[in-house]
Design a protein around this ligand. Structure first.
Ligand code: NDP
Length: 371
């Protein structure tokens, strides 16, 4: 066992919490101006595509997380990333040999940023190699797969986190704070509208084998997850209806547009829309007895904009992926507790809801949920 790794894993939560400000607070911008000499999470990114590139660039501003390795099926990308990020040959892998990462003392965690349907097997292999896992959303393409991933990480005693970057976004966290502290009163209604017009019909997002579904897997999951953290409860039933205007582009099993509704134990209801066929759809609205909150845009890369019955939200914008990686370093190395969970169990709830939404579409019936 590597002694540096042992050392890092023994760091207490308090040691790291000391360095990290609350991302709901105005002091967060100050954090990046101060020096830091504590432990650093060394991360390999798997899948050097569009989002992997964004994460790598954002990580350059991190103090507590550092890109030290890559896993890719494209040798030319590996070469480019090696020169851009100073990554040695010993930390470069492809999809056939990355199990050897087990023996690499320079990598603490692997961030899986590949097409959705590949996450399950890749995460399980990373866990078996004894490394912590960060996995992009959706964690898997159904709840059964998600549970298997959680079990594999538990068995290997590694952490499994999912790339829910909005869970660290300051304006989002301010609304959650207001709701928790009773400033809004009883929550009555949530609306989540999430979608965009998808282009190239040949991309993996429109291939069920790789995407596991359609817009719901990719963008609708923000409305599902958002309804849970905005309302602050788990839904107990779901109804859903699908509209498909272009069956040529959106083939069997690839949803184009789905409207869905949730009921919550406290009596609140939610009405949401997930689509690959409408532009500029990125809005959350929360209505409560004593006030309201709106985020518009609500889940894009930001800046997020928002207001409540008390006025405009003014919390600072910081690159989402930078904050996420700093916080995840604190969670993995220091046992820090995020305000909204980002672990496998949290992601599994979204997958159970996605399974229920697809079932409700298929049967036309209300589906009960037990999360
Ligand atoms: P891209 O298509 O841009 O990149 C995916 C990468 O995965 C490819 O470039 C490739 O990298 C690798 N890959 C491995 N096997 C395959 C395969 N069979 N087909 C295609 N690519 C393959 O996708 P994104 O980066 O946009 O999305 C990746 C994941 O990130 C998805 O799960 C998505 O939901 C998530 N995502 C999350 C976002 C967020 O805000 N949290 C935003 C965007 C995406 P290589 O050549 O290196 O092997």
């Amino acid at each position: 066992m590597n002694s540096r790794r042992d050392f890092l894993q023994k760091i207490t939560a308090a040691a790291i919490a000391f360095h990290l400000p609350s991302y709901g607070s105005a002091s967060v911008g100050e954090f990046y101006k101060t020096s830091y000499d504590g432990p650093v999470l060394r991360v390999a990114i798997m899948g050097l595509g569009s989002y992997g590139t964004r994460v790598a660039e954002a990580m350059q501003a991190c103090k507590m997380a550092k890109l030290t390795g890559v896993i890719s099926g494209t040798p030319s990308k590996i070469k480019d990333w090696q020169s851009k990020y100073n990554i040695p040959d010993a930390n470069c892998y492809d999809y056939t040999n990355f199990d050897k990462i087990k023996d690499n003392p320079d990598i603490d965690a692997v961030y899986v940023i590949t097409p959705n349907a590949l996450h399950h097997d890749q995460v399980i292999r990373v866990a078996k190699a004894g490394k912590h896992v960060i996995c992009e959303k959706p964690m898997a393409i159904n709840a059964r797969e998600g549970q298997e991933m959680i079990d594999a990480c538990n068995k290997a005693k590694v952490k499994l986190l999912v790339g829910y970057r909005m869970h660290f976004e300051p304006k989002t966290l301010e609304i959650i704070r207001m709701r928790k502290e009773g400033e809004m009163g009883k929550v009555l209604f949530f609306q989540g509208l999430c979608g965009f017009r998808i282009g190239d019909p040949t991309q993996w997002r429109l291939n069920k084998q790789l995407a596991g579904g359609g817009s719901m897997m990719d963008i609708g999951i923000y409305a599902i997850n958002g309804s849970r953290y905005m309302v602050g409860e788990e839904p107990i039933w779901v109804t859903a209806q699908e509209t498909k205007t272009n069956p040529e582009k959106f083939k069997e099993g690839v949803d184009e547009t789905i409207q869905f509704q949730f009921g919550f134990p406290g009596g609140a209801v939610a009405s949401c829309l997930s689509t690959y066929n409408m532009s500029n759809l990125d809005r959350f609205f929360l209505d409560a007895e004593k006030g309201f909150a709106e985020l518009l845009p609500s889940t894009g890369y930001g800046p997020i904009r928002g207001k409540t019955h008390k006025g405009e939200l003014t919390q600072p914008h910081i690159t989402h992926q930078t904050v996420q990686m700093e916080e995840m370093s604190g969670i993995i190395l220091g046992g820090k507790q995020p305000i909204v969970p980002v672990d496998g169990e949290e992601a599994l709830k979204d997958l159970k809801i996605i399974d229920a939404i697809y079932l409700a579409v298929k049967t036309g019936k209300k589906v009960d949920l037990k999360l």
